[in-house]
Design a protein around this ligand. Sequence first.
Ligand SMILES: [Zn+2]
Length: 151
Amino acid sequence: MSVFRKIILIFLVVVLYGCEIKRPESIRYGIDICNFCKMTIVDPKWGAEIITDKGKVLKFDVVECMISYYYTSIDTNKVHSMYTIDFTSPGNFIYAKQAKYIRTLQFPSPMGLNVISLKSFEDTVKLGLKNEYETLDWWEVVEKVKDEILQ
Ligand SMILES: [Zn+2]
């Protein structure tokens, strides 16, 4: 193998490794602290993460804390991706902008926005909702956080 090919190979390994580490990391419930409200993350049905362009993982107890942090505490150009926990499948992350959100008082969230994340609205049936609820997309959740938490 020529030196040139070796350099290309090393370059590819570095680039692929760099991509590899930009993934959500399991939240250690009862141990990890929310980067926005500084409370311990305790409920596995909720949780959210920001991954920076350097692969650093910032953890949050709920999606409203992640959105609040995004708009107040980080250079948004350095955010690589954002994830939320699937309410019906604790421990599993959903790409936050593609997640579907349900707002209901039946599942009050730790920070009071009362929004849960799902992979699809079809999963709403799994919730056994008795109360009234509202369906939201990512940008509608962002608007609620701006209006009700950040003002
Ligand atoms: Zn929080």
